[in-house]
Design a protein around this ligand. Structure first.
Ligand SMILES: NC(=O)c1ccc[n+]([C@@H]2O[C@H](COP(=O)([O-])OP(=O)(O)OC[C@H]3O[C@@H](n4cnc5c(N)ncnc54)[C@H](O)[C@@H]3O)[C@@H](O)[C@H]2O)c1
Length: 259
């Protein structure tokens, strides 16, 4: 058990990759708070996870400052510390890729990027007091894909907002700025960049017709399962990574290969 006695917040752990992070952290001996905006997803995750260890649900909207602060205070109160924050939640299953309005672009930024900042800001005072903490952000191979997939209609109509990809590129920058400012307090900040992972969200969002092409774009000709990502999160949260900060680890079967 590599995380015995640690307490972790996993945002968006109501389904998909976040739920897999929560399950693995519990198996590694951590106490886990599922910080989720959707009550139905939170309840169903709780019933799947509770046999694995000490897990609680904290109703949280990461894009709301007061809600993020309430989440941190409640987890600290109930667990006695906040050792790990996994900023996993994002608009992905629920994203509207057809909405190119500026208003919607701001909404996606408010959740996917600013939500990660709000959660980091909410937990930072507790981690600073402890003199230790781990923040793990979640980017995406979509951050590195600068060409949008062919639509069959190349006539210019309107510029896409690239909302999801822009926010995921922003998460990489946020990781480095947070790492730079929180390192002196014993807090590391790192980032996982998953490749295409076969969650319900991917099945809904990525057209079936593109899956073959996307798989071909990986060195290993593979898509991922949520469980394939959990080892990277455990590494960043564990003592093995105590001097690793500001890093992005692409777990994507060899798709982005930056750096
Ligand atoms: N699945 C993939 O292929 C893939 C690839 C790269 C990166 N990612 C990233 O991994 C993360 C999880 O992906 P997933 O496939 O499980 O997505 P998902 O959409 O199924 O899960 C996201 C979870 O976040 C929750 N959430 C949304 N807005 C929230 C808010 N304001 N406050 C709190 N919770 C909120 C949702 O209710 C949901 O439970 C996301 O950050 C996604 O961008 C996914």
């Amino acid at each position: 058990m590599r995380l015995k006695g640690r307490s972790a917040i996993v945002t968006g752990a109501g389904q998909g990759i976040g739920k897999a992070y929560a399950a693995r952290f519990l198996a590694e001996g951590a106490r886990v708070a599922v910080a989720e905006v959707d009550p139905g997803r939170a309840a169903s995750a709780l019933s799947e996870l509770e046999h694995l260890g000490e897990v609680i649900v904290v109703a949280t909207d990461i894009s709301d400052e007061a809600s993020a602060k309430r989440c941190a205070a409640e987890v600290n109160e109930r667990f006695g510390s906040i050792d790990i924050l996994v900023n996993n939640a994002a608009l992905y299953y629920d994203i509207d890729n057809q909405d190119n309005s500026f208003e919607y672009l701001q909404r996606v930024f408010n959740v996917n990027l600013h939500g990660a900042w709000l959660m980091a800001s909410a937990v930072a005072p507790f981690m600073v007091n402890q003199g230790a903490g781990r923040i793990i952000n979640q980017s995406s191979s979509a951050a590195y894909m600068y060409l949008t997939p062919p639509t069959g209609n190349e006539e210019f109509r309107e510029l896409s907002s690239f909302s999801y990809s822009q926010t995921k590129w922003g998460v990489i920058g946020l990781t480095k700025f947070l790492a730079g400012s929180l390192g002196k307090y014993g807090i590391t900040v790192n980032c996982i960049s998953p490749g295409v992972t076969m969650t319900e969200a991917t099945k809904k969002i990525v057209p079936e017709s593109l899956m073959g092409m996307i798989t071909f774009m990986t060195a290993m000709r593979k898509t991922l399962q949520p469980e394939d990502l959990t080892g990277a999160a455990v590494f960043f949260a564990s003592d093995d990574a105590r001097l690793v900060t500001g890093q992005v680890l692409c777990v994507d079967a060899g798709m982005a290969m930056p750096g």
